[in-house]
Design a protein around this ligand. Structure first.
Ligand SMILES: [Zn+2]
Length: 206
């Protein structure tokens, strides 16, 4: 069973992916994580990718796909994709590579997204996400690292990222929405409720 999660930034995709990975034993492929790992490497592909990341530019599709291919090679099945495909071109390329059983769209309003992004913290060490207004200390409970606020988690940048999502990523919903495995979930619900809904879908209870 291969599934993809689609949703705007801060829709809770990452949280759901982590929970799904544990429950269903998915091979979790997050392009965000892939990029974080690859910048620590010194290969031709990593250096090509770094030349974009280091100057704050979007990594071109062709390189992103080469990176995803590196990971897909390792697994036959049971893949959970997060952050890919990000646009129609990537969605078409993915179709050539694997069969997608479920497409889960997690929705949330622009207001919710902006509020969540501005209230977001991240562990400097392991990358775990936190809700700043709900944390009592600035120490990560997973690894003891320091929780910081990303410099780009501002209202302006959050709005522009949401608009970017609507423009570039949202069109892939049309690409997928008539497929049998497509499901839309209200990401305004709590993380537990969203998770429960996704589990019901994957366990074919819906
Ligand atoms: Zn940590």
């Amino acid at each position: 069973m291969n599934i993809i999660l689609i949703g705007p930034p801060a829709s809770g995709k990452g949280t759901q992916a982590e929970k799904l990975k544990v429950k269903f034993n998915f091979n979790y492929l997050s392009t965000g994580q892939m990029f974080r790992e690859i910048v620590k490497q010194d290969t031709e592909l990593s250096n090509d990718i770094k030349s974009y990341i280091n100057v704050g530019k979007l990594v071109p599709d062709e390189l992103t796909i080469r990176l995803v291919d590196e990971y897909l090679k390792k697994f036959d099945d049971n893949i959970l994709l997060d952050g890919f495909p990000r646009n129609l071109f990537q969605a078409n390329e993915l179709d050539k590579r694997i069969n997608i059983d479920y497409i889960i769209e997690i929705t949330a309003s622009k207001d919710t997204i902006v509020k969540r992004i501005v209230d977001r913290g991240v562990c400097k060490n392991c990358g775990k996400n936190f809700v700043i207004s709900k944390t009592k200390t600035n120490i990560c409970d997973a690894c003891g690292g320091e929780i910081i606020k990303r410099a780009d988690d501002t209202v302006e940048i959050a709005e522009s990222r949401y608009n970017d999502y609507l423009q570039k990523t949202y069109p892939i919903i049309n690409f997928y929405k008539d497929r049998k495995g497509y499901h839309k979930i209200d990401g305004e619900m709590s993380a537990d409720e969203v998770f429960d809904q996704i589990c019901k879908i994957l366990e074919k209870k819906i």
